[in-house]
Design a protein around this ligand. Structure first.
Ligand code: ATP
Length: 235
């Protein structure tokens, strides 16, 4: 097992958002989290990357308890988080943004790492010295994902990577995510775009009001009447 959440409760201040959540990720699979706005998906990812500490419950990564570790320690173990809204550094170049992604290792071989990523992101090679602030939404999302990969993670967590992108770019992002999985990466994918997420995922969890209400293989979830009605727009 790569990641295990057991009885996880978490939130902000005194307010619990997640209640008693159990989730597992096996190595090499795409697991998608589906749920309405405000269901708690981002909160779950924040708890795994260490941006918030859980109120109770366990998070194990490759068998090791991590729920009390600082975010940098979790990153060092191999957990990368690409947050919702991309958060690339607009005033910096592509190169500088990527270099920041390798900061944990002092950035020593950052250029070699960046070069390895160019096969996934040809646009970033073409625009290596260009300022990120002028990029389109799709290019910024590619840059945010590439920056996440610069730490050479085992687990990549993507929070709403397709948000605000045109259908063509959404397809490109999903194709990329599948390719990364096919090459061995484990991926936790938070998506509003449930249909496309389930098409590339191996398994999924439905989160409602901070609780897991349904889980299963992506195929089973696509066939589920409940999911079709609520999340796939089929009445
Ligand atoms: P979305 O797609 O809108 O991001 P989500 O499923 O990811 O939805 P969360 O962002 O996890 O949902 O939000 C769950 C709840 O936690 C919401 O009620 C939200 O208002 C609250 N919340 C989120 N971030 C914070 C914060 N920094 N401080 C306080 N409450 C927060």
């Amino acid at each position: 097992m790569m990641l295990e959440l057991e009885g996880l409760s978490a939130g902000y201040g005194a307010d619990a958002v997640l209640h008693d959540v159990d989730i597992q990720l096996n190595p090499g699979e795409i697991v998608t989290l589906i749920g309405a706005n405000g269901a708690g998906k981002s909160t779950l990812v924040n708890a795994i990357s260490g941006l918030i500490r859980p109120f109770s419950g366990q998070i194990r990564f490759e068998g090791q308890r991590i729920e009390q570790l600082a975010p940098a320690a979790r990153l060092r173990l191999g957990i990368a988080h690409v947050p919702e809204g991309r958060h690339t550094f607009a005033g910096m170049t592509v190169a500088e943004n990527l270099r920041l992604g390798a900061f944990l290792d002092g950035g020593a071989d950052w250029m070699a790492r960046a070069r390895k990523l160019f096969r996934y992101f040809p646009v970033l090679e073409e625009r290596f010295g260009a300022t990120a602030g002028n990029f389109s939404g799709g290019q910024q999302q590619m840059l945010a994902i590439a920056r996440g990969l610069m730490s050479e993670p085992k687990l990549l967590m993507l929070d709403e990577p397709s948000l605000g992108l045109s259908p063509l770019l959404v397809s490109e992002i999903f194709k990329l995510v599948r390719r990364l999985r096919d090459e061995g990466l484990t991926i936790l994918l938070v998506e509003q775009n449930a249909r496309q997420a389930l098409q590339i995922a191996d398994r999924g969890y439905v989160i409602e009001n901070g609780r897991v209400t349904l889980s299963g293989t992506a195929e089973a979830l696509i066939r589920s009447k409940d999911i079709s009605e609520r999340y796939l727009g089929i009445g």
